[in-house]
Design a protein around this ligand. Sequence first.
Ligand code: ATP
Ligand code: MG
Length: 355
Amino acid sequence: MSTQKPRLLSGDTPTGRLHLGHWVGSVENRVALQDAYDCYFLIANTHAFTTRMDRPDEIRQSVLDIATDWLAAGIDPKRSTLFIQSEVPVIAELTFFFSMLLSYPRVMRNPTIKDEIRDKGLGENYPFGFLLYPIGQVADILAFRADIVPVGEDQIPHLEMTREVARRFNQLYCGVDSHTEDKDYLTQGGLFPVVDVLLGRTRRLAGIGAPGPDGNLLKMSKSLNNAIFLSDDADAIAKKVKAMYTDPKRLKATDPGTVENNPLWIFHETFNPDKAWVAEAEAKYREGGIGDMECKKRLVEVLVALIEPIQQRRLVFEKDPGQVLEVLREGTAKANTVAGETLRLAKKAMRQDYF
Ligand code: ATP
Ligand code: MG
């Protein structure tokens, strides 16, 4: 039975469509682990409101888009549970209790929060709820008592908070000794496993645009207009690769070029299966022995080979949004059963089981 398997939870915020960063950071692992784990995939629509509370229609459309992307990418609803965060109220209930287990300075120390405030241009007047979303994410994970969470690098601080909350809850309410090793919390009577993080083969894929003000390339992100999407067709991919940021000091094929911090080569190294070609072409690029156009043409071929089958499958699901919603409806019902049991046990541990 699938319930005997260890549990995996992961998800995406419906702020746009899935891109190559999601693929290498998390989705590729999710697709591959569907048999080994009891998988739960959540669409974090509540969290989309932290930055787009004024655009509910867009969030609604993105929920469908993400689910469609998942199905196209190979997430299989027969094996995995796909669900919508806001429709599992237990997550919101647990968020409140868990927010008592982390101090305010601890939440503010989370470096991903600081990066997001900067990169998304949130300024000083971001909503209070924005600070709450990492704790919401703790609740997403613990509501399912997940053992493992496949994510990109930016999620490590949130996962560390999840581990802290699990330890603290188990110590405070389940009587587990604070010297217990992470792997032993359940056998010592704890309710929540201390989750493991599974990073993708690329922890943080850069976007196709120029570096940010600090000189570093920005993370590929739905919100930063620097993404190649899993739903892009061959023409769109070719256009984006053509316009992609490369070495700005290199004006012609005979100029020596820099490979480091150059999206053209980051993408070849990440996605091109022909490692020998990449090594040889990089050496030529450094010496001014190969043109950008040739390298970009190769990259388009590589990306189209990866994305086109997904994009083609997507066209089929796009035509039947009713089917996609039905998958979410069934998944959400199952998610509510599992999360409901967690809340019952959590309240019992917290001595708030009255009736
Ligand atoms: P937003 O810009 O709205 O925050 P996002 O593009 O960062 O969107 P999320 O939904 O926040 O996407 O992230 C979903 C998952 O994909 C997370 O596990 C995240 O770490 C991973 N991920 C997102 N972008 C990248 C990337 N560029 N490289 C590696 N992993 C990524
Ligand atoms: Mg993000």
